[in-house]
Design a binder for this molecule. Structure first.
Ligand code: PFF
Length: 535
């Protein structure tokens, strides 16, 4: 076996296995840092992260809006030329460097550590609002049973459930949100305390098959609704003309990035917990295809249900179609009220959102926890609490008040564009051009990978993807500068939008200079390769 990395960067492990470099027993991938017990568990956990709210409530509408059936072309191009190649980059960074995002970047080049902390900041912010959406879904799973919204799903969501006030910041707590949100945080903290294999791994092992079952049942039920075919026609009828619009291509690349959970540290972190000998490229292909398969399934299920609704109301599918919060908490409740066996559809739909959400939430929290553990001398329990308690308090304080929805909407919009996409572009440029690390990263994955990363990969990751993403970003930037997002008060956009995005970017400068836990090693490429040769 390859003992190249065995305990090399972890003094505690090195101490326990002093024969590290000649050790022939299969050493857990990351020793005391935690490890997935098998490739299967890793793949399920990675699918669990990738399959999230983005697949269920974002993809169907993005596809519909951007050319329907014709959107499959930019989508598949984006998946193959940017999504999967970038997934390999994330895997290579984490698997080769055996570290959280900041440690993996620091081991790639000391000056790059800040990029990892930037990702950590992004993950922390996403986690605190993502949990709120999961909490709403928990409530709605129960509301579905007796269709608590009556015949006014929209009024119920905003007024009765969220008790929404005027845009601004208000500290009045909404107990109907506080309680499920506290429950979500308790459950997630319990998973995080249990660690990589017993917590994250087991959760994926149980919940991913359950999610597939629930979702397939939902799709099958939806396909039998009257009008389902109208919905599918609306989704899949190709509008070939859209292929010449750059915006459609931008949408495809944006969707793939968010959907695959790439560029925000998650896949770096998960890959660092995988055994040295694992075929990472083959695994990545499985994860990428599974994620897109799920997305397609969601498109079919959601549009079949929307087709039913459009027929029931005698309006076009375009009138009832929407995405995000509007789709899940307004359109779907209306469908549930109208459809035969609506409660069944409701429980499956919201239950799926909860499961898909939890397995993504744990992945994003692990980015923060593993970074804190790597940097400071903390046990898993201590790190999970140091991260989890403030996250819970902030999440409850910001998102279970009457102004929670506004803050959530702004944060989500800005952090996706000027957080995830921006850090992705910059990190690709730094790794490919400033540090020139693509060849060693490719070599690393090629040792055991079933897909050979050659020049094509360096070209895609170093040139094509950053250029396309930079284009997407510039477009997004101009549109936000020209038209303030959703007409929110400018102080709110400045604070929770631009301000939050800038704050997490600065985090890197604050945390990077702090010393690493004692004994953390930073090796040169030459010494890494030498260790590899000893095995
Ligand atoms: N791929 C995830 C999704 O589609 O929802 C992206 C994600 C979002 C992962 C939020 C984790 C998370 F907490």
């Amino acid at each position: 076996m390859r003992a190249r990395w065995s305990g090399a960067f972890r003094p505690d492990v090195a101490r326990m296995t002093s024969m590290a470099s000649t050790d022939i027993t299969p050493e857990p991938a990351s020793g005391a840092r935690g490890a997935f017990s098998s490739r299967k568990v890793f793949i399920l956990a990675a699918i669990g992260s990738a399959v999230g709210l983005g697949n269920i409530w974002r993809f169907p509408y993005v596809a519909y809006e951007n050319g329907g059936g014709a959107f499959m072309i930019p989508y598949i191009v984006a998946l193959l030329t940017a999504g999967i190649p970038f997934l390999f980059l994330d895997y290579a960074l984490g698997h080769r460097n055996r570290g959280s995002a900041p440690l993996s970047f620091a081991r790639t080049g000391r000056a790059a550590e800040g990029l990892g902390w930037w990702q950590v900041g992004i993950c922390f912010l996403i986690a605190i609002y993502y949990a709120a959406v999961i909490a709403w879904s928990v409530r709605y799973t129960f509301f579905s049973v007796n269709k608590a919204w009556g015949d006014d799903a929209e009024g119920f969501f905003f007024n009765d459930f969220l008790k929404i006030g005027d845009p601004g910041i208000d500290s009045t707590l909404v107990w109907g949100v506080v309680i499920p949100l506290a429950v979500v945080w308790l459950a997630v903290l319990a998973i995080m305390l249990m660690g990589v294999e017993k917590g994250i791994g087991k959760t994926a092992l149980i919940f991913i098959p359950l999610l597939v079952l629930a979702f397939v049942a939902l799709v099958v039920r939806s396909l039998f609704l009257d009008g389902a075919a109208t919905g599918l026609d609306a989704l899949f009828t190709p509008d070939w003309g859209t292929l010449t619009h750059p915006g459609v291509w931008a949408a495809a690349f944006g969707q793939i990035f968010f959907s695959l959970s790439i560029g925000f540290g998650i896949m770096i972190t998960y890959a660092s917990y995988v055994h040295e000998d694992t075929d990472m490229t083959g695994s990545g292909l499985v994860v990428g295809l599974a994620n897109s398969g799920f997305e397609l399934l969601a498109g079919i299920g959601v549009f079949a249900a929307l087709g039913f609704m459009s027929q029931a109301q005698g309006v076009g599918v375009g009138e009832v179609a929407s995405d995000g919060i509007g789709l899940a908490f307004i359109a779907f409740p209306a469908i549930i009220s109208e459809a035969p066996a609506g409660a069944f559809i409701g429980v499956l739909f919201f239950g799926s959102l909860v499961i898909a959400g939890i397995t993504s939430l744990v992945s994003i929290l692990e980015v923060v926890i593993s970074a804190v553990r790597d940097k400071f001398e903390l046990s898993r329990t201590a790190a999970a609490l140091v991260v989890g308690v403030p996250a819970t308090v902030l999440s409850l304080g910001l998102f279970s008040t009457t102004s929670g929805l506004y803050v959530l909407d702004i944060l989500d919009h800005f952090i996706n564009q000027f957080g995830i996409l921006l850090v992705a572009v910059i990190s690709m440029i730094v790794v490919a051009w400033a540090m020139r690390k693509l060849p060693v990263l490719a070599d690393h994955l090629n040792r055991n990978g079933s897909i050979h990363l050659g020049r094509w990969w360096r070209l895609l990751v170093g040139l094509v993807t950053p250029l396309v993403l930079a284009y997407v970003l510039v477009q997004a930037f101009w549109s936000d500068v020209k038209t303030p997002y959703e007409d929110y008060p400018s102080w709110m956009l400045a604070t929770f939008g631009w301000g939050a995005a800038a704050l997490v970017m600065l985090l890197g400068y604050v945390l990077a200079p702090a010393p690493w836990r004692s004994g953390t090693e930073f090796e040169t490429d030459a010494s890494i390769e030498r260790k590899g040769d000893q095995s």
